[in-house]
Each structure stands twice: as structure tokens, then as C-alpha cells.
Write a protein of this length. Structure first.
Length: 101
């Protein structure tokens, strides 16, 4: 029983460590997207998957939201708050991910 508790404790600690490292690898700014788009852009609910999204398309769509040229429920209000450099960082990050990571 003691051995099982030790193994489970190690597994939980190691799993938490790996999860923290995966989240730390993401730019801090990408965490602001997680509320709607899920961790690592995996998508959730009706929000689209961002993981694997082409970087050029990401920037183009972002600018469409910013200019109110694309229908949105909230992105048209969020997009103007980010600089072009921040959008480029987000685009590169999400493009580097595979769906389901």
C-alpha cells in the first residue's frame, strides 16, 4: 500500500510538472486566448481551434476583426488591444502547434 501511494504521488507530481512546463512554453500573451479557445488553442465550445492555424491567415483574420470587417461576438473588441508585434507572436505560436497538443 505504501509503495502504491509513493508511485501515485510521483505520477501526480510528474504529471503536474509536465503540464506546468507545457504551459510555460507558451508565450504569456497566449494565455489570454485560453478562456475562449482552450489551452494551447485546442478549441472549446463554438470557439475555433487555433492550434495549427496558418500564421499569415491568423494575422489577416486578426486585422479583419480589428477593422470590424469580420463578424464577431467579442474578437472585434479584443483585437484592437493588441499590437502588431503581439499579434505576430500569437500567430507564430499557434501556427507552431499541432491540433490536439
Amino acid at each position: 500500500m505504501k509503495k502504491l501511494a509513493l508511485v501515485l504521488g510521483f505520477a501526480m507530481t510528474f504529471g503536474t510538472f509536465q503540464m506546468a512546463n507545457a504551459q510555460e512554453a507558451a508565450p504569456m500573451i497566449a494565455q489570454s486566448c485560453a478562456g475562449c479557445h482552450g489551452q494551447a488553442g485546442a478549441g472549446q465550445g463554438s470557439s475555433p481551434v487555433l492550434a495549427g492555424y496558418d500564421a499569415e491567415d491568423f494575422v489577416r483574420v486578426w486585422h479583419e476583426f480589428r477593422a470590424n470587417e469580420r463578424p464577431a461576438t467579442i474578437m472585434n473588441r479584443i483585437a484592437p488591444g493588441f499590437t502588431d508585434d503581439e499579434v505576430a507572436e500569437l500567430a507564430a505560436y499557434f501556427a507552431s502547434l499541432q491540433q490536439g497538443e
